[in-house]
Write a protein that binds this ligand. Structure first.
Ligand code: SF4
Length: 358
């Protein structure tokens, strides 16, 4: 495992400090920032406006990213999934989801990034949860996934990434500092508008408050917040999402944190609700969900469940789903339905997992 620092994790101030440590003037740090975070350079050699002596010192003292792509798969719907190896030898997966116009050009190119190897949250319907927690990613490793997919997007679709969602492997708020630092790298460097980035959490109430306060103070970019809800009452949620069993993170605590988020930032959250047949898809569930939607202005995103091998969960029938949606709409809930993408390569929601023992 490389012990050299990964400059891809450093922001502009830290890169200036790094340049000074090398005995170079401060402005060299700004140049490094441009090369690494604005241009996505993949080697120090590319940094042609740095003195050759400095590039040689950088080669000796630092790395520029540390993910190695070991496999890329393409689904029939055009979704791409890459498997990256970390210096630890563990792996993560990253997904590029193209939304194409009728003429085949890319309307939107969304990268779904991982924030951890595995996940400690143990949601019973999720393949990543079955892996358990293994490792936190650094800010650079999170941003590097976006840069890697940006290159793929340009090759295959003729334009770069337009949106980023933190919905891959891991619970982003369990790796809070790396995630918020990576947001800064992507908005300041790659130049992605915060409006085009969404962080999704299982609902860690204390972190939602911290995120809200960070956005209000300007410490955290004003990206979107999504909450994986998936069940409308405490007993139902606790049965499939162990995080809900604590009074610090049950629905009451979540509701208070969501109200705080809205009061502090003025922004509506999105609830992600994976519909499982016979588990959370009845009319009563829709009514209870509409009560949660009344906590604060929000949107509910219904997701078609992607079965994980060995899982007891099933997606709902079309008819059952229509009735569920109609009940929510009647109750004036803003609803969208997300179609599954990349199912045939296990790239869809809840399907990311890596057999680390292999
Ligand atoms: S759904 Fe998200 S929070 Fe739950 S186990 Fe999977 S990765 Fe972790």
């Amino acid at each position: 495992m490389s012990l050299l620092p990964d400059l891809r994790s450093l922001d502009a101030d830290a890169l200036e400090a790094y340049a000074l440590d090398l005995g170079e003037p401060r402005f060299r740090g700004r140049q490094l920032f441009k090369w690494i975070h604005e241009k996505g350079a993949t080697s120090f050699e590319d940094m042609t406006d740095l003195p050759a002596s400095m590039r040689a010192r950088l080669e000796e003292t630092a790395t520029l990213g540390n993910l190695t792509e070991v496999r890329r798969q393409r689904a029939t719907d055009g979704t791409l999934k890459s498997l990256f190896k970390l210096p630890s030898g563990r792996h993560i997966e990253t997904v590029l989801i193209p939304d194409l116009e009728d003429d085949g050009s890319a309307k939107r190119l969304t990268v779904c990034v991982s924030s951890q190897v595995g996940c400690a949250m143990g949601c019973t319907f999720c393949a990543t949860g079955l892996m358990g927690f293994q490792e936190n990613l650094t800010p650079g490793q999170i941003a590097e996934q976006v840069w890697a997919m940006d290159r793929v997007a340009r090759e295959q679709f003729g334009r770069g990434v337009t949106n980023v969602v933190y919905m891959g492997m891991g619970e982003p708020f369990q790796n809070y500092n790396s995630v918020t630092e990576s947001l800064g790298l992507l908005t300041d460097g790659l130049g992605l508008s915060p409006k085009r980035i969404t962080v999704s959490t299982v609902g860690l109430a204390r972190r939602i408050r911290q995120f809200a306060d960070g956005q209000a103070s300007g410490d955290v970019p004003k990206v979107g917040l999504a909450i994986s809800l998936h069940a409308p009452t405490d007993p139902q949620r606790s049965a499939i999402m162990p995080v809900n069993r604590s009074e610090k993170t049950d629905l009451k605590a979540l509701g208070a944190s969501v109200r705080h988020y809205y009061a502090t930032t003025g922004r509506r959250v999105t609830y992600e609700y994976c519909v499982f047949q016979g588990v959370n898809d009845t009319l009563e569930d829709a009514r209870n969900l509409s009560r949660i939607a009344s906590w604060a202005p929000c949107k509910v995103n219904l997701i078609m469940y992607n079965p994980v091998p060995g899982s007891a969960f099933q997606p709902p029938s079309e008819g059952g789903l229509d009735t569920f949606i109609a009940e929510l709409v009647n109750r004036r809930v803003r609803v969208t339905v997300r179609r599954s993408r990349g199912q045939d390569i296990d790239a869809a929601c809840g399907q990311l997992a890596v057999a680390e023992a292999a």
